[in-house]
Design a protein around this ligand. Sequence first.
Ligand code: GTP
Ligand code: MG
Length: 617
Amino acid sequence: MIATAGHVDHGKSALVKALTGTDPDRLPEEKKRQITIDLGFAALNLAAPNGDRIHAGIVDVPGHEDFVRNMIAGVGSIDLALFVVAADDGWMPQSEEHLQILTYLGVQRAVIALTKSDLGRIDVATNQIRERLLGTTFADSPIIPTSIRTGTGIEKLVNTLANQLATSEPQRDICKPRLFIDRVFMLRGIGTVVTGTLTGGSLHRGQQIVVFPSDLDARIRSIQSHGQELQVAQPGMRTAVNLADLSVDRISRGDVVTLPGHGAPTSTLIVRLERSPRLKEDKTVARPLKSGLSMYVHHGASRVAARIRFHENGSLEAGMEKIAHLKFAAPIFAFVGDRFVVRDSSERHTIAGGIVLDADGEKGSLASIVAVDDLYSLVRATVARQGFARRENLLSKSRFSANEISAALTNLQQNGGIIERQDIVADCEFWRKLRAQAIGLIDAAHQENPERGGVDLGELRSALRIQEPAVFESLVADLCGGDFVRKGSVIARASHRPTLSLHLQPVEKRIREALAGQPFDPPSRKVIESDPQARQVVRFFIENGEVTELGLDVLLLRENFERMKSQVAEFISQNGPATVSELRQALGSSRRIMVPLLERLDRDGVTRRVGDKRCLR
Ligand SMILES: Nc1nc2c(ncn2[C@@H]2O[C@H](COP(=O)(O)OP(=O)(O)OP(=O)(O)O)[C@@H](O)[C@H]2O)c(=O)[nH]1
Ligand SMILES: [Mg+2]
C-alpha cells in the first residue's frame, strides 16, 4: 500500500487521479470545497522492472490541518509514502507535521513528488526539500518534479513507485491478522462492509472473526480487494470484508477485525514515548510533556484519549524518549511493537510518537527500554516484569508468530535463564527463590509441628503471596516432581512421617486414657481439647486415623468407633429396626454420642433412617 502525504492544496488528490484515473475525492462536500476531508482510495497497477505486475493501492489523505486525524488513520500500515510538496509553495506546516507522523509510525520509504512544477522553481524547491529531509529516514528518497498540467514526470513517478514497491520487503505473515477499520458502510442486499489495510496475517472467506474493542463475533461472508472478489486477503492488501451478521451502527472507524485467541483489548499500555527534535523549532509545541497530561493516541485507524504517567514524575522534552504508562479512556487492542502518534488534547499539534513495549501494562513495570524487534530480549523483559508470565498469553499480542515464540522459549530454556513449568514461563532466578522460599516454609512447618501431616496449601500460597493461581499450581507440581508430595489439601516432604514431639507425650497419654476410659461415652471434644497442646495432639490423632470425629463435638478412638458400628448392626439384625434410645441403652452410650454416630452410619451406608427408627441397608 501507498499513501499520500503533504500540505493542503499541494496536489495530492490531483496526482492520484493522474496516476490511477480515479478521483479519490468522493464526498459531495469535498467536491464543493475542492479539498480532501476524509481518506480516498484508488487502485494502482504497476509493472516491476522485471515485468511482474504489482497490484498496489493508494490511500489519499487530506492535507488540511483540521483533518490530520483522518490523515493518520490512512498511513498506519503502508509500505511507501508518496510525499507531495508543491513547487510554488515549498515546505509548509503540514509538510512538516506529516513528515513527523510518518517518522513516528516507522514508515521506511518515501518517494517525493515535487508537484506543480509548472508553477515554481524546481531547483529552489528541491534544495529546500533536501535540506528539510536531512537526517531523516527519507534523506535520500527520490525527488521527482511532476505537473498534471504538462504531464511532466508522471511516467517517471510511476516507474519510481514500481521500483520502490518491487524492492520493499513483503509484509510479514505471523498468522495474527489485524484489519484496522478505516471505513464502515452498508451495501443494499449485501449488508455491512468494513475496509482497511490488512496486516500480520491473512483473512479467509467464511472465517469466524472478532471485532475489537467491542468484542463482537461475526463471520466473513465475502472479501474484496479493489473490487476483485477474493477467497483470501493477504497482509498488505487493501481489504473490504463483508460482515453480514453485524449491523453497521455497531462498528466504527478505529475498530479492529482480528481472529479470536490472540488476546483482548486493554486500557493500559507501557510504551516508549519519543519526541522529535524538530519540535524545538516551535516553542508552543516543544513544551515538555508532564505526568498526568491528557492527550490523544492515534493507533491503527483509531484515536483514543489517554493519560500519560512517567516513572518518578519526570517530563519529556523535545528530542528525548522515555518509558511511559498510558491509561486509556477506552480499551485499545495493540501489540508489542505497534507504533502510534500522540496529539495534544485540543488536537492542534502532533506532539509525540511511540512504540508499545508491553501490551498489557496492568501489572509490574518495565525497568528499561526493550528492543522490541529482538524476540529474545523481549521474552526476557516480559517475563522479568513480574518474574513469570502465563505461557498462553506470553507475547500473544506481539508481532511475532506463535512458532517464533515457541522456538525462542526452547532456546532460552537451554541457556537464557528462563524455565517453563506447566502453564508458566518464569525467570530462573525468580523461580529458584520462590521454590527455596516454599521449601523453607514447609521444612519449618515440619519442625514446628512434626505431628502434622504437612502444610495447608492455602496457607502456603498466602505465605508466599502468590496472586496468580497458575503460578502456585506450577510451583506445587514442580515440588511434587521432586522430594515433596501432595496429600489432599496439604503438601509435605515425601520423607515426612508425622510424630508427636517428646513434650507432647504426657498430653497424648492423658487424652488416650480419657477416650478409652468410657469407650462409648467419652468426654466431649471441648473438654478434651482444653489447651493448644491438646488440640495439637487431637489433630495428630485425627490425621493418623487413630481418632474418628463425629459432628463438631465427639471424638472416638477408631477402634471404639468400629466396635460401636458392629454392635449397632448386630442389634438391629437381631431385634429389627431400633430407635436412638433403644440403641443408646443397648450399647451403654448416650444420646450426645448416638445421634452423630447414627448420622455418620447413615452417610456411610450402614444404616438407614425410617421414621424415628434405624434399619440396616
Ligand atoms: N498548475 C498546476 N496545478 C495543479 C497541479 N496539481 C494540482 N494542481 C491544482 O492544485 C489544486 C489542489 O489540488 P488537490 O489535488 O486537490 O490538492 P490536495 O493536496 O489533494 O489538497 P488536500 O487534499 O485538500 O490537502 C487543484 O486546483 C489542482 O488542479 C499541477 O501539477 N500544476
Ligand atoms: Mg486532496
